[in-house]
Ligand binder design. Structure first.
Ligand code: ACO
Length: 406
């Protein structure tokens, strides 16, 4: 029996010639060479490289290349990739009118997915999924322009005018400039912030067949173009069960602080399942060990936040983690911190409002989505995704005209 009272055998069974697997807990939808996860051991590798080596030694640009093209780039390949992305950061000017039409309080994730859908109308020369050159130029356009669209979405929500990209900056620095720069002031880029954000993007860059990635593949399996498939992935990520956990962690920490900061009392409520309270940022469908991304994020959180002085929420988070890791409830259920436990704290310290957190996740996840789409399109074994169902509705019955219905 699962935690929500559902009988697992009813969720996973073979009936006739179809298998019912609600939530796809045990069904692989494809074979992939991109990302390896061993949830029991807490292992995550992109194209064979351990996540902690990439997070500590690589850059988001290089990791994106690795995911999309399958190998670590040579110095020349990396330089060329960087140069191409820098040349494509601008949006066609008409797209600005498109953004002007959104209300100021629009959720930035909605602006982001709409902006990516709109790219299919502005860049019609690169839509054919079976033309490798078209997929390649769409790849570059998406990688280069998503941060620009994300920064537009942010500035719109703040009621601020947009800033054009400054291509002296790399991808991540440029995003920070377009987001936080002021037209009349010299922008002082904080290298610690730029590096931390770069690293967080690496940690989010792929995670095999999660909800948004499966969405990208499913939509793309109908031969929908890359822009439409990625836009669908952004919509999937916008849900609180997928992209929204880090803001929930922040809200939880704020609440504990407001209630007097009693971590022990909060853990008791979680264990007693009082009002359905969960320890947000703990537990994972696949990891039954410490999420390897969480260990890296924890270090970064301490570096970033301790530099800024005492941070009561960070202290609460550390206490909460310690308390949970020592408690039988969490030990028995193999509940460990996931990547979201500390990311919200870091994003907040960088100056991002909570509704931008999922947008940051989308920027990080983009190279993974693109790599998965390209792998799917190029795989001769790909078929249009078309799950079956187990029908549990009425048997056959005869139509009754409306004037004869009771
Ligand atoms: N706090 C308290 N108890 C928990 C938690 C938690 N965070 N997570 C799981 N449990 C308990 C369940 O209540 C259940 O207990 P029971 O056996 O007494 O009923 C047991 O652990 C198993 O939990 P499931 O819900 O079956 O585990 P599942 O793999 O389906 O859920 C999930 C994983 C959704 C991530 C869950 O751990 C959770 O809700 N965590 C909090 C939200 C969160 O942090 N989400 C981010 C995930 S990472 C990401 O998306 C990038």
């Amino acid at each position: 029996e699962g935690n929500n009272g559902l009988d697992i055998s009813a969720l996973l069974k073979t009936t006739g010639d179809v298998t019912l697997d609600v939530g796809f807990v045990n069904t692989a939808s494809c074979q992939s060479e991109i990302t390896y996860i061993d949830g029991g051991e807490g292992i995550l590798r992109y194209r064979g490289y351990p996540i902690d080596e990439l997070a500590k030694q690589s850059t988001f640009l290089e990791t994106s290349y690795l995911l999309i093209y399958g190998h670590l780039p040579s110095a020349t390949e990396l330089e060329e990739f960087d140069g191409r992305l820098r040349r494509h950061t601008l949006l066609v000017e008409d797209m600005k009118n498109f953004f002007d039409g959104f209300p100021r309080d629009a959720h930035p994730m909605s602006v982001l997915s709409s902006g990516v859908s709109a790219m299919g109308t502005f860049y019609q020369d690169s839509l054919d999924p079976h033309d490798p050159e078209a997929v390649e130029i769409s790849t570059i356009r998406l990688m280069a322009k998503l941060p620009t669209i994300a920064a537009y979405a942010f500035r719109k929500s703040q009621g601020q005018s947009i800033l054009y990209p400054n291509n002296d900056y790399n991808l991540v620095e440029n995003f920070l400039w377009m987001t936080f720069g002021q037209p009349t002031e010299k922008y002082e880029l904080d290298p610690l912030v730029a590096r931390a954000l770069d690293q967080l993007f690496i940690l989010h860059a792929d995670h095999e067949q999660n909800c948004s990635t499966s969405t990208v593949r499913l939509v793309g399996s109908s031969e929908a173009n890359l822009f439409n498939s990625i836009s669908a992935g952004i919509h999937a990520l916008s849900g609180p069960l997928h992209g929204g956990a880090n803001s929930a962690v922040l809200a939880m920490l704020e609440q504990i602080k407001a209630d007097g900061g009693d971590v022990g009392e909060f853990v008791r409520k979680v264990k007693d399942k009082e009002d359905g309270v969960k320890l947000m940022g703990f537990g994972h469908r696949v990891y039954k060990n410490y999420d390897p991304r969480a260990a890296i994020v924890k270090e970064t959180a301490h570096e970033m936040l301790e530099k800024a002085g005492d941070n009561p929420l960070l202290q609460l988070a550390a206490e909460l983690e310690q308390k949970a890791l020592e408690d039988d409830y969490f030990v028995e259920r193999k509940l460990y911190p996931n990547v979201d436990f500390y990311t919200g704290l870091i994003y907040e310290s960088m100056g991002f409002p909570t509704d931008m957190f999922t947008v940051l996740f989308a920027i990080g996840r983009l190279p993974g989505w693109i790599a998965q789409y390209r792998e799917m399109i190029n795989d001769p074994a790909t078929k249009i995704g078309r799950p079956r169902q187990v029908y549990v509705g009425e048997g056959e019955r005869s139509y009754v005209p409306v004037d004869q219905r009771g």
